[in-house]
Design a protein around this ligand. Structure first.
Ligand code: NAD
Length: 482
């Protein structure tokens, strides 16, 4: 296969039944650091989606019958292909998403590792009973056609978390990237086509209609969705028509709880990145920082000092550590939180003023000093670099406040007293609780949300199982039974 070295200078097409496809209309994709149009992508029509689903259904029988060892080895080879093209994908990701190089490397090389490790996973048959008269086994069979709906914050990795297990389990899959970041996903699916039979892995870009058509489509058996809780609820309603299987990875409002025994200078950089990694456009960003009152001032000041050293800018520049907000609607949403803080007279420990004349959708790192617990900034998910710092005194009270949210995606607890850290951590209702660390993920570690942060799981054998139906097979072996 000829490796296309300059991915960003090529055209971008959907991939339907193994073939590149354009559409009658196109939509622009912007570089968030400059607000300039990078290129245009197809706006897939309803008829083209029907064609994509038909091809995926046709490919399913053969792919499901392919021995799992072969499917695993293809998924591993997909990881190799991505690694060969890593530099090109990193450049393209920086351009369309805005994230700086370190974040783009983490995402692309992480995706390589995910393909390779998920390729080692399988769900062997389980023998439930096996005696002289009967044998009962549970086996796992693929579902059919999966629709993968992906957000704009980690466009490659969150597609890979769906593509890898879907293919290993024997399903065919159609990827729909976010309209704000379609380029890497369209290109990834395109450059993998020679490794797979046509129709096994497709990609379609589109506008707001496309996600709805997919979740409603009778030919799609499962939706694997990552995005906001609000959209997740639409997906769930729309998927009821043919009782699609669902995995929903949704929004979060992760608390971080800081104990009084921390060393403020040591913990501040870790808290900073817990909150601001990917410019805080991160489902698992720490979005409420509960600091014990004994160290509140010291931790706040250490955070301010550290934050002043962090460079915000175009991800394409070498020394940039935080990029712009990814898109215009999100930029407007983040502006609302700044306005709300100002209108209510909350104190800024750092930042607070957005410079509208910047070339890109840039927002300064902003720390809000002890706003009320019922402020919008504390209750909602701003998904941008504005963080409330909050004081606590009583352990039971801070646990109650941490859990007082419809979300339950993640949480962190920070302190030298490991017993206290674990005691508090175990009382937080969230899918992942990190103690004295944050944002550690693994293909072997189950990931998902409690409460309205989601339904089902990704990663590990729990995640793989979500791409299968379980099936019980029993046999009566008694001589003369029939
Ligand atoms: P979003 O919900 O706006 O969009 C997500 C995807 O859904 C996009 O591809 C979009 O085009 C599509 N979509 C929009 N309307 C749809 C509809 N009616 N039916 C079907 N699909 C539809 O989310 P976003 O703004 O792209 O991403 C940010 C959100 O995602 C945040 O809330 C964040 O916390 C969440 N998120 C969650 C996780 C997780 O793993 N739990 C990871 C990353 C992001």
């Amino acid at each position: 296969m000829t490796v296309q070295k300059e991915l960003s200078s090529t055209t971008f097409t959907s991939t339907i039944n193994g073939q590149p496809r354009t559409s009658p209309t196109t939509a622009p994709v912007y570089n968030p650091a400059t607000r300039e149009i990078i290129t245009e992508v197809p706006v897939t029509t309803a008829q083209q989606l029907d064609e994509t689903v038909a091809a995926a259904r046709a490919a399913f029988t053969g792919w499901a019958a392919t021995p799992i060892e072969e499917r695993q080895s293809i998924v591993s080879a997909i990881g190799d292909r991505l690694e060969e093209l890593a530099e090109e994908f990193i450049a393209l990701l920086i351009k369309e998403q805005g994230k700086p190089r370190a974040g783009a490397e983490w995402e692309v090389y992480g995706s390589v590792a995910w393909f390779r490790e998920i390729a080692k996973q399988s769900l062997p048959e389980e023998v439930v009973t096996d005696d002289e008269s009967r044998r009962v086994v549970t086996r796992y069979t693929p579902l059919g056609v999966v629709g993968a709906i992906v957000p704009w914050n980690f466009p490659i990795l969150l597609a890979v978390w769906k593509i890898a297990p879907a293919l290993v389990a024997g399903n065919t899959i159609i990827v729909k990237p976010s309209p704000f970041t379609p380029l890497c996903d369209l290109k990834l699916v395109e450059v993998l086509q020679d490794l797979l039979p046509p129709g096994v892995l497709s990609a379609v870009s589109g506008d707001d209609n496309l996600g709805k058509w997919m979740t409603n489509h009778p030919g799609i058996d499962k939706i694997a969705f990552t995005g906001s809780t609000e959209t997740g609820k639409h997906v769930m309603r729309s998927a009821a028509g043919n009782l699609k299987r669902l995995t929903l990875e949704l929004g979060g409002n992760d608390p971080a709880i800081v104990l009084p025994d921390v060393d403020p200078a040591k913990v501040a950089p870790q808290l900073f990145w817990a909150a601001f990694q990917n410019n805080a456009q991160f489902c698992n960003a720490s979005k409420r920082l509960y600091i014990h009152e004994d160290v509140y001032d010291a931790v706040r000041d250490a955070l301010v000092d550290y934050a002043r050293t962090v460079k915000v800018g175009d991800g394409a520049e070498d020394d940039t550590q935080l990029g712009p907000i990814q898109n215009a609607p999100q930029f407007e949403k983040v502006q609302e939180y700044f306005a709300d803080c100002k209108e209510n007279g909350y104190a800024f420990a750092l930042g607070g003023d957005i410079d509208e004349s910047e070339s890109g959708w840039f927002v300064p790192v902003t720390l809000v000093d002890n706003p009320p617990e019922d402020s919008r900034l504390v209750r909602e998910e701003p998904f941008g670099p504005i963080l409330p710092l909050l004081k606590w005194r009583d352990e039971d009270d801070v646990i109650t406040r941490a859990n007082d949210t419809p979300y339950g995606l993640g949480a962190t607890v920070w302190g030298k007293d490991l017993e206290a850290v674990q005691r508090i951590g175990r009382q937080i209702a969230a899918g992942t609780v990190w103690l004295n660390e944050v944002h550690q993920y693994s293909p072997y570690q189950v990931f998902g949300g409690h409460k309205q942060s989601g339904l089902g799981a990704e990663n590990s054998l729990h995640g793989l199982a979500e791409y299968t139906n379980w099936q019980t097979i029993t046999i009566n072996k008694t001589e003369g039974a029939v």
